[in-house]
Write a protein that binds this ligand. Structure first.
Ligand code: GUN
Ligand code: FE
Length: 410
């Protein structure tokens, strides 16, 4: 909408969108008052773009130092050689605080107001990350990472220690309405014994907590899961109550087909599509068009540090480009379009956090104001301006950021 208005109430929820103030009940002769007498504050952003804020459905805060390095291995050796050694450093809360501060600030910079985040298995540094999100006023589902096999001792915890850590975090952050909440996070099947997976499923059920993990990312990983659990990947999570029994998001799903796809649909398990990660770790191309055709909910994830770019606008571009490669290999289905990937990063991913990601009435006002005057030198249409910002813009053009109606300033 050109020169339109979004109306937001004092709880930070959108009440309407209109081309003129009168349609929103504002008394035009006395524009700080509604016709029913209520006060209104009118903020004029001029010719800037006002869009829903970004949501990152899958990101490892604890891998921030490895962003942009270590791209020479596939998933399983990559975890052992680069990722686990880095995550072990988060036993030190001083290190965790330095890195997590940068991470939260950079999410903010790129306009991501909600994220599904993996911390590490360390309870104290996970708590610290949750406090940093709270201080910032941004939304985050933060996972203490459950893991007890195929990893160094410094990351492994007993089932009892894992439960104890979660109980502490849940006791502190137990409000279902809060912007920052725990999410049950078994790292992935190869990292968790059956007892660990079962305990995670029971924990999610007990507190009605959401669940996040990794699914069908890499072929060697699939073979390992088959050896460990004697069953296909999604069924292994499902067996322990970790596959849609509470709201669930699974990252990657590069090799999800057939039974696994149908079970995800039936259980309403969301897909976090991470195209940069799938390229960097040489995992493959997820069949996102097929997922959409089958009615799965799909959002985008930066998956730092498998992925290298925290900027979700850039991840949108990769999602389109990977989809075109997929299309060139197999013309059976069309490639993804800009409106589709924009929807994935806003309304679709936002649905995992509640009524988030749209300016429809009742949605929380999470928004970005973008000053694209440098990019808009030849009078592009509104849609072209958005497209150019997505392809060419960066954090320098984001001039205001809102989460649940509050302007977030750092
Ligand atoms: N599978 C299990 N752990 C990880 C991780 O840290 N990154 C990615 N990309 N996949 C995983
Ligand atoms: Fe990941």
């Amino acid at each position: 909408m050109e020169n339109g208005y979004v109306a937001v109430d004092t709880d930070g929820r959108v009440t309407g969108v209109a081309a003129d103030l009168a349609s929103l009940g504002v008394n035009v002769s006395e524009p700080c008052r509604k016709s029913n007498g209520e006060d209104v504050e009118i903020v004029d952003f001029g010719d800037r773009l006002l869009i829903p804020a970004m949501n990152d459905l899958h990101v490892h805060a604890s891998q921030y130092r490895n962003q942009g390095i270590a791209m020479d291995l596939e998933l399983l050796p990559w975890l052992q050689k680069y990722t686990f050694p880095e995550e072990m450093k988060y036993a030190d809360t001083g290190y965790a605080e330095r890195m997590y501060r940068r991470f939260v600030r950079d999410l903010w910079r790129f306009g991501t107001m909600r994220a599904c985040v993996f911390a590490t298995s360390h309870t104290e540094s996970t708590r610290l990350l949750m406090h940093l999100f709270q201080e910032a006023g941004m939304g985050a589902l933060v996972g203490k990472v459950a893991m007890n096999r195929n990893c160094p001792e410094g990351l492994s915890e007993s089932v009892e220690e894992m439960l104890q850590g979660y109980e502490e975090l849940i006791a502190e952050f137990n409000n279902p309405e809060a912007l920052v909440r725990p999410i049950v996070t078994p790292r992935f099947v190869p990292s968790c014994t059956p007892e660990m997976l079962r305990a995670c499923g029971e924990l999610a059920a007990k507190y009605r907590l959401p669940v996040q993990s990794h699914l069908s990312e890499n072929k060697d990983e699939l073979a390992l899961v088959q050896t460990l659990e004697s069953i296909w990947y999604g069924a292994a999570y499902n067996r322990y109550g970790l596959f849609g029994q509470t709201p669930t998001v699974m990252a990657h799903c590069v090799y999800t087909r057939g039974k696994e796809l149908r079970l995800m649909k039936r259980n309403d398990v969301m897909v976090a599509h991470c195209p940069t990660s799938n390229l960097n770790v040489a995992s493959g191309m997820a069949p996102i068009r097929q997922f959409l055709d089958e009615g799965l909910r799909v959002g985008l994830g930066s998956d730092i540090s498998g992925g290298h770019d925290l900027n979700i606008f850039r991840v949108m571009v990769y999602a389109i480009q990977v989809s075109k490669m997929h299309f060139l290999r197999n013309h059976a289905r069309p490639f993804l379009t800009l409106p589709e990937v924009f929807w994935m990063a806003t309304k679709s991913a936002g649905s995992f956090f509640g009524k988030v990601g749209s300016f429809e009435p009742g949605y929380e006002f999470d928004a970005l104001v973008i000053d694209d005057s440098d990019l808009n030198h030849d009078h592009y249409s509104l849609l072209e301006r958005l497209e150019r910002y997505i392809y060419l813009g960066d954090d320098r053009q984001i001039v205001h950021r809102f989460c649940r109606g509050n302007e977030i300033i750092m």
